[in-house]
Design a protein around this ligand. Structure first.
Ligand SMILES: Nc1ncnc2c1ncn2[C@@H]1O[C@H](COP(=O)(O)OP(=O)(O)OP(=O)(O)O)[C@@H](O)[C@H]1O
Ligand SMILES: [Mg+2]
Length: 262
């Protein structure tokens, strides 16, 4: 595979993985993946269930650290800095590389406090007025402000599923991340809420590097400019989304996108 020998990164690369392997105990889940993620393109990870999309995604902000049996080998950098170095502050890393999960997971706190949580713990707002501004800006950017501006003290968990997911995106945005990782962010949402998140991804593109895992190939085609196809722990193919969907190089990719398995 060409990607195995990739060493040089393009100048606008935000994150770079080289020969990343992940093990759960004895079992290897990722077999040496190399990929560059830049600021200009939304990257979609696709592939059949169990191929390692979530596992690899979690290596990008060290969420695998929370799984006792998980072990990561290889190099992953953020702006050229090794994120697995002992000097890396993991709390800081997860603010810089935010994550949005499959199931919306707002804290059982007010809408305001959900968004203010990160800025508070990271000391990003010196006073209440500035915190208010961060909360508002984040909710505006997440496309939720108009729906919640009159009910900021209500619980985040009282929102609809789609609103909760946008709240989680606002929470990620509030700490001014550089990268946003999304693991099937729409799989629990109806088509209208899904369309809103997809629209939001378009709007966020360029400001943040974005990686989205999705089972929905139409969604990958709609929201991403680059697509990586994973199969059995390997990244089989990575390229422009238009090429992956119309003219894949690998037979396994073709089989997957034409619905032969998965
Ligand atoms: N916490 C864990 N402990 C042990 N094995 C795990 C763990 N999480 C994932 N695995 C295994 O690692 C492999 C990759 O799983 P992963 O969840 O990354 O796949 P996925 O592509 O995200 O699948 P899906 O599309 O179903 O979400 C699978 O074989 C899975 O069983
Ligand atoms: Mg997964």
């Amino acid at each position: 595979m060409v990607t195995k020998f990739m060493t040089e990164s393009a100048p606008n690369t935000k994150m770079s993985a080289r020969d990343v392997k992940v093990f759960y105990g004895e079992k290897q889940a990722i077999n040496g993946v190399s990929i560059d993620i830049d600021m200009d393109n939304v990257v979609a990870f696709i592939g059949p269930s169990g191929c390692g999309k979530s596992t690899f995604l979690r290596t990008l902000n060290r969420m695998n650290d929370t799984i006792a049996s998980a072990r990561v080998e290889g190099d992953i950098t953020l702006d050229g800095e090794n994120i697995y170095s002992s000097k890396m502050d993991v709390v800081q890393l997860r603010a810089r590389v935010g994550m949005v999960f499959q199931k919306p997971n707002p804290f059982p706190k007010s809408i305001y406090d959900n968004v203010a949580y990160g800025p508070r713990i990271h000391g990003l707002a010196p006073n209440k007025a500035e915190l208010d501004q961060i909360v508002e800006n984040s909710l505006v950017r997440a496309g939720l402000w108009n729906e919640v501006k009159d009910r900021l003290t209500e619980s985040g968990t009282a929102l609809s599923g789609g609103q909760q997911q946008r709240l989680c995106i606002a929470r990620a945005i509030a700490v001014d991340p550089e990268v946003i990782l999304m693991d099937e962010p729409c799989s629990a949402l109806d088509p209208i809420a899904t369309a809103k998140i997809e629209e939001l991804i378009h709007e966020l593109r360029g400001r943040y590097a974005i990686v989205i895992v999705t089972h929905n190939m139409q969604q990958a085609a709609r929201v991403s400019q680059k697509t990586a196809f994973f199969h059995l722990g390997n990244m089989v193919e990575y390229g422009d989304t238009s090429d992956i969907f119309t003219n894949p190089r690998e037979e396994r990719t073709r089989d997957y996108i034409t619905g032969r398995y998965g």
